[in-house]
Design a protein around this ligand. Structure first.
Ligand SMILES: Nc1ncnc2c1ncn2[C@@H]1O[C@H](COP(=O)(O)OP(=O)(O)OP(=O)(O)O)[C@@H](O)[C@H]1O
Ligand SMILES: [Mg+2]
Length: 253
């Protein structure tokens, strides 16, 4: 029997905590390494930062011999094309995706939604209510953390426990963890996360420069790209693969 297409969002109302980064990294890993059929919906109107990244990636791959060769080898080995990036606004995202799914012959395993950082809009809330799972990056900054947990709390109360929505769970995970400070601070925060009863992923993601590393003329190892998965050597110590394995298990992929 055909499995349902899963709708997933890395989401929180806080800006700059990794929503777009993890959307791209998860999509590229599942599509190019694990062989799933993935699509991405870029709803961060009007920035459309993922579509912009695809444009930059495409230009690099067109002009740089080595990236061109990499793209060709990948295409030959996988026998499939790059994943589609659909641009939408939070208001019409679900409608647009359903239309896309109806008109496309391929069967998609996962669709990732990159939503803007606000829940005060009906559009965002409507999109969130149509997700199967939400993953919320949190960072160890008191104000950011409070705002993130209040986001998770509203999503949980409004959407998760209401059976009329398909949303099955909202999970938090630590991002940008500074190795030197992984101390009491985290323990204190984790205590309050546990008191709320939010599921916290085991994997924490360290703060490391490679999360910013895109295709470039200097140095071919790539981390964040819509055309290639994160480079194997750069994966080590990034905890990205560990995080994605944990997520794949939760969403039952
Ligand atoms: N673990 C990490 N280590 C270092 N840098 C990181 C890490 N995670 C994310 N970043 C960087 O933090 C910045 C913000 O990330 P990103 O753009 O994904 O956030 P966002 O939540 O989508 O922000 P916005 O609300 O503006 O859309 C980016 O430059 C990204 O490369
Ligand atoms: Mg973003």
């Amino acid at each position: 029997m055909k499995k349902e297409t899963l709708f997933i969002a890395f989401s929180t109302q806080k800006g700059g905590v990794g929503k777009t980064t993890f959307t791209v990294l998860a999509a590229s890993y599942l599509h190019y390494v694990k062989g799933y059929n993935v699509a991405v919906v870029d709803c961060d109107y009007p920035q459309h930062s993922i579509q912009q990244m695809r444009k930059r990636d495409g230009e690099m791959a067109d002009t740089d011999m080595e990236y061109r060769r990499m793209a060709y080898t990948q295409f030959k080995q996988m026998g499939k094309t790059v994943y589609p990036i659909i641009t939408a606004s939070p208001d019409n995202a679900i409608e647009k995706v359903n239309e896309f799914l109806e008109n496309d012959d391929r069967e998609f395993d996962v669709i990732f939604f990159d939503l803007p950082g606000t829940v005060n809009s009906q559009g965002v809330l409507n999109s969130l209510s149509n997700m199967d799972y939400i993953f919320t990056p949190i960072i160890s900054d008191l104000l950011v953390l409070q705002s993130s947990l209040s986001f998770v709390l509203s999503v949980h109360e409004l959407l998760v426990i209401d059976p009329k929505f398909r949303l099955k769970g909202v999970y938090v995970f630590w991002n940008m963890v500074d190795g030197r400070e992984k101390t009491d601070l985290y323990e204190i925060y984790e205590k309050s996360i546990n008191e709320f009863g939010f599921p916290l992923l085991k994997t924490f993601v360290p703060d490391t420069k490679r999360y910013k590393k895109e295709l470039s003329k200097e140095g071919k190892a790539v981390f964040r790209s819509t055309l290639f998965p994160a480079d194997k050597k750069l994966l080590r110590g990034s905890n990205l693969e560990e995080l994605l394995i944990e997520i794949a298990h939760i969403i039952n992929l």
